[in-house]
Design a protein around this ligand. Sequence first.
Ligand SMILES: Cc1cc2nc3c(=O)[nH]c(=O)nc-3n(C[C@H](O)[C@H](O)[C@H](O)COP(=O)(O)OP(=O)(O)OC[C@H]3O[C@@H](n4cnc5c(N)ncnc54)[C@H](O)[C@@H]3O)c2cc1C
Length: 246
Amino acid sequence: MEDTIAPRRVTRIRHELHRRDTVVRRITRPSPNFVAITFADPSLAGFVSSSFDDHVKFIFTDTQGQPVRRDYTPLHHDAAQGELTIEFALHDSGAATQWARQAQVGDRAVIAGPRGSMVIPADYPWHLLAGDTTALPAIVRRLRELPADVSARVLLLAEDAADHRPLHSAARLDVSWVRSPEAFLAAADALQLPEGEGFAWAAGEASLMKRLRQLLVDGKQHPRTAMRVSAYWKQGAQEFHEDLVD
Ligand SMILES: Cc1cc2nc3c(=O)[nH]c(=O)nc-3n(C[C@H](O)[C@H](O)[C@H](O)COP(=O)(O)OP(=O)(O)OC[C@H]3O[C@@H](n4cnc5c(N)ncnc54)[C@H](O)[C@@H]3O)c2cc1C
């Protein structure tokens, strides 16, 4: 019988939607502009997140007593402890940023989802992971999940150099940090993408991601089928999310 190798493909998984009432158990500051918050509830034992690209709806009460919802990446799940950690990139204004900045152990919030997952095979020989501070939690999680026999090229934008933390992975890792959108696009343009099959994943501000995607498609002729670029926020808009496609 002839051996056939199935092509790698992204698969979509739907999950049953759960809303979980959680309480803040721990708070740490990985660097000046990030707060990592660990939420706990026994119901989190059954939490399922199949991809680093997943998001949950984080639902909290703002300073006016109004319910607010924002999207966040499930960074670390500990089923045994019934815990989920989310890392918030702090920025100048915004209800979620304000909530995270002032969070105290014992505060309550609802975590809903994830509703679905886009599972990107980890065995592509190379991975490009790029984005701004909102993409950092997803990239940290992906790097933790990649196997040793692949390579990961990481390009990250954080204006404050104090946020440029060391990253770890079993994969062969090449990380660049930049401090402005212009430097991000210049570094992306200068990238020599390796030979062979690779997957490009990126997330961040809408106009920056649009330009990055254009650069990957038109400038580097990277196949659209091996790419996922998302707008995780948009300058001047609240709660914005868009997956960029042509
Ligand atoms: C799938 C997905 C996963 C995400 N995962 C994470 C995550 O793990 N960690 C994380 O920190 N963020 C993550 N984000 C981004 C986060 O949801 C947005 O940044 C969100 O807008 C923050 O809400 P807010 O209430 O603080 O600000 P909003 O009320 O939504 O916005 C207020 C103002 O702040 C601006 N703004 C919003 N976000 C930023 C920012 N990051 N930097 C500068 N200005 C901003 C807006 O343009 C607006 O003018 C994710 C988004 C998506 C779609």
